[in-house]
Design a protein. Sequence first.
Length: 141
Amino acid sequence: MNALPPYGKILVIEDNPLNLLTLKAIITRQGIDKNDIDTASDSATARKQLTERTYRLIITDFDLGSNGQGAGPQLIREIRNDSAHPNFNSSIIVYTSSVSCQQDLVDLDLHELVQDFLTKKVNAEKIRLVIKEHYTEKQAI
């Protein structure tokens, strides 16, 4: 049985395979073992993983799903609206292609439910800062 890292695992939820691979590669470059990073490419897989394991950090595609509705906001609400959810206290980072992400979070009343956001124009330095702030500097779960 593998021991969990001192700060828990990371879950990356992204439906674009190239974006998912890129995010995982950047995260591993921060010294996080690839075995400590779980991935989900759809909301059903993400829900299953989120109920089976507690994550220190969740990075979710805001526009997850192809129906235009975006399952990302729904997943965030499911986690935050249930204090018994295994990931209620996890840090949630939104990953989005929207240039108006902050306003989108306010408009959908999600701005107080997430800790930060990343844009899909991948910025390795921003990801490094997010990992440092919301993963490596946090207390163990």
